[in-house]
Design a protein around this ligand. Structure first.
Ligand SMILES: [Zn+2]
Length: 269
């Protein structure tokens, strides 16, 4: 039985079937239990740990996901590269449902979520100018393109607190700032990965236009779920392809995120 992994996937529960030789691992962390048991297995030659972001029964809404426990648990299994698919709303008319965005920038509009491991025992400031792994992004973009996806290879993800959707005014404001897509889970997941010196790459599947982009009622949760369900098979095969294409050895800056910093504890894994 495999009980460690190099690559972590945090996503919807439709992704369980990706893994061969799968085994469940119950993990506890200093931050409590993760969203669910982690399933460790293989995709091709790669060892992969899968964690359902919202829990298997979807019990955690975006603002209550135990983000710190999730990233800690994955790292403690040996994970160093994270792939994080998620559903997003589009802030641009030309980016419609089914488009894939691999963002290169992020704006945090969440509030009140614990967003650091370094709350005590010393001050640790990580660089976050470029929040995503450049190697992971390049791999995701080229893999998606070869598989025929309509892929936007950069863009800014604005992460809102939720669980409500944006008002029209908020949405228009996001668009007028030049931001590309809006979601609820991309932060603090990304910064916590950086704080553990992990590579983090997000695959954002557009499920709808945000409230300010179109007249009409705005997005509903039912529409998002229905669209995501209809695209599970497509996303699943993309994730498998990206996992197998990720670099075996990390040559990106992510592994050096904590170089020269005095950490108050030893990192797990
Ligand atoms: Zn990296």
């Amino acid at each position: 039985m495999v009980t460690n992994a190099d690559i972590g996937v945090i996503g919807g529960s439709g992704l369980y079937s990706l893994l061969d030789d799968a085994a469940e691992v119950e993990i506890t962390t200093p931050y409590g239990p993760p969203s669910d048991a982690v399933t460790v297995g293989r995709i091709g030659s790669r060892s992969v740990a899968f964690l359902p972001r919202h829990g298997r029964d979807h019990r955690f809404p975006p603002h209550l996901i135990p983000y710190r426990a999730n990233l800690w648990a994955l790292r403690s299994l040996g994970v160093r590269q994270i792939l994080a698919p998620s559903a997003v709303g589009s802030l641009r008319p030309e980016l419609g449902p089914g488009a894939l965005v691999v963002p290169d920038q992020l704006v945090d509009r969440t509030s009140g979520r614990p967003q650091s491991y370094y709350d005590a025992g010393g001050v640790v400031h990580v660089a976050f100018a470029d929040p995503y792994c450049p190697a992971g992004r390049a791999t995701a973009v080229s893999t998606a393109r070869s598989a025929g996806w309509d892929v936007t290879e950069d863009g800014t993800l604005v992460v809102i607190e939720g669980p409500r959707f944006s008002t029209r005014a908020e949405s228009r404001w996001f668009t007028s700032n030049g931001w590309t897509i809006v979601g609820m889970t991309g932060f603090p997941e990304s910064v916590l990965a950086r704080e553990l010196a992990l590579c983090y790459t997000t695959l954002s599947l557009v499920t709808d236009h945000d409230a300010g982009v179109e007249a009409g009622e705005g997005v509903t949760h039912e529409e998002v779920l229905a669209f995501f369900a209809a695209n599970v098979t497509r996303m699943r095969s993309l994730i498998a392809d990206v996992v197998t294409a990720l670099p075996e050895e990390r040559a990106c800056p992510c592994s050096h995120a904590l170089d020269g910093l005095r950490l108050p504890f030893e990192l797990p894994g």
